[in-house]
Design a protein around this ligand. Structure first.
Ligand SMILES: Cc1ncc(COP(=O)(O)O)c(C=O)c1O
Length: 349
């Protein structure tokens, strides 16, 4: 076959990721969006309908909100934790339920098993973006039909590439690669094979990295919460989906490396992030899953595609800081330094 269809290195990486996600097969792509957009287009015709979580990555949101309507594919955005609302939004034209296992940036947890039951009942496909929780959650175990990752994040782990993957049945992966009507074959979001080889090398250490990301994030989340900061982390008992995450999780990998805190206002959020960067605690950057801690204010960056009104409605406050916790060896020292930054800008006494 021609290399846009497949190449040995892409197939090796795909095999490893399919094994990790417990699916029959996988197809690697040049970016996360390069996996998500073609899979949706493969499953939907003009006139079809999608039910999607409203708390998803801004690019996916923009694709469903602004791009697919050009092909007369409409999306109902719902609170994915409200299963009644999900089911009530299904129409006779619905083909897909779309969500993120742990949502960006609000860290809501989708009940994949319950969503899968609804999907099966209505003969729909359940598509789950698992970018925030590799290894911790295995969506296919709970009934997801298609699982995506932006490999750009934890899986590659060194913020030096862009990549994506679609993990699914052999039948669906074959349909994406079909030379006559496969969206991946025809739209061409193929991963470069040298890049596939380098991501496969990084994948070898993902299990150790995820354990450390999770350990450090849990430590900091507990400390921040005890300090009185509004902290959202699925590993905290105060998280509304804590028990659900616990039910789904592969315990040894923990609750993941992402947490959010609320600095009260965008000004304070920016001040804190700039100070933490200055003191070498991490970088002000929109990506995640790096060895260094990364922080951003999602309302004005990664979720800026979502209109302000809708951000407010879903609880995405201006002062929200999304933090991807790094692999720091001495997390107690990191905490002390972050705590000092918070005191210095006046959000803690
Ligand atoms: C949860 C999630 N899914 C998908 C994507 C898109 O991935 P990529 O940037 O590799 O296209 C991102 C990127 O930020 C993301 O955070």
């Amino acid at each position: 076959m021609y290399s846009r269809h497949s190449s040995p290195s892409n197939l090796y990486l795909g095999e490893a990721l399919a094994a990790m996600e417990g699916t029959e097969s996988a197809n690697t792509t040049a970016s996360g969006m390069g996996a998500i957009a073609p899979a949706i287009l493969q499953l939907c015709q003009a006139g079809d309908h999608i039910v999607s979580s409203r708390t998803i990555y801004g690019g996916t949101y923009a694709f469903l909100k602004n791009f697919t309507p050009r092909f007369n594919i409409e999306t109902a955005f719902v609170d994915i934790t409200n299963l009644e609302q999900v089911e009530a939004s299904i129409t006779k034209n619905t083909k897909i339920i779309y969500c993120e296992s742990v949502s960006n940036p609000l860290l809501e947890v989708a009940d994949i098993e319950a969503l899968s039951k609804i999907a099966k009942k209505h003969n729909l496909k359940l598509l789950v973006d698992n970018t925030f929780s590799p290894l911790s959650i295995t969506p296919s175990r709970w009934g997801a039909d298609v699982v995506f990752h932006s490999l750009t994040k934890f899986i590659n782990g060194s913020s030096d590439t862009v990549g994506g993957v679609t993990c699914a049945s052999q039948e669906f992966i074959n349909s994406l690669r079909d030379v006559n009507d496969g969206a991946n074959m025809l739209l061409g979001p193929t991963m470069d094979s040298l890049r596939a080889a380098s991501i496969l090398k990084n994948l070898r250490t993902l299990h150790l990295r995820m354990k450390q990301h999770s350990r450090n994030a849990l430590y900091l989340a507990k400390k921040f919460e005890a300090d009185g900061l509004r902290t959202v982390y699925p590993g905290l008992k105060s998280h509304k989906d804590h028990e659900l995450f616990k039910k789904m999780m592969n315990e040894e990998y923990g609750f993941g490396g992402m947490l959010t805190i609320d600095a009260g206002s965008l000004e304070k959020a920016n001040e804190l992030m700039e100070l933490m960067q200055e003191r070498n605690l991490g970088y002000l950057a929109v990506s995640l899953g790096f060895y260094k801690t990364l922080f951003s204010a999602p309302g004005s960056s990664t979720s800026s595609e979502i209109p302000m009104e809708e951000q407010k409605e879903m609880g995405l406050g201006e002062g929200l800081i999304r933090i991807s916790i790094g692999l720091d060896n001495d997390i107690e020292r990191t905490y002390q330094m972050m705590n000092q930054c918070m005191k210095d800008i006046g959000i803690l006494k």
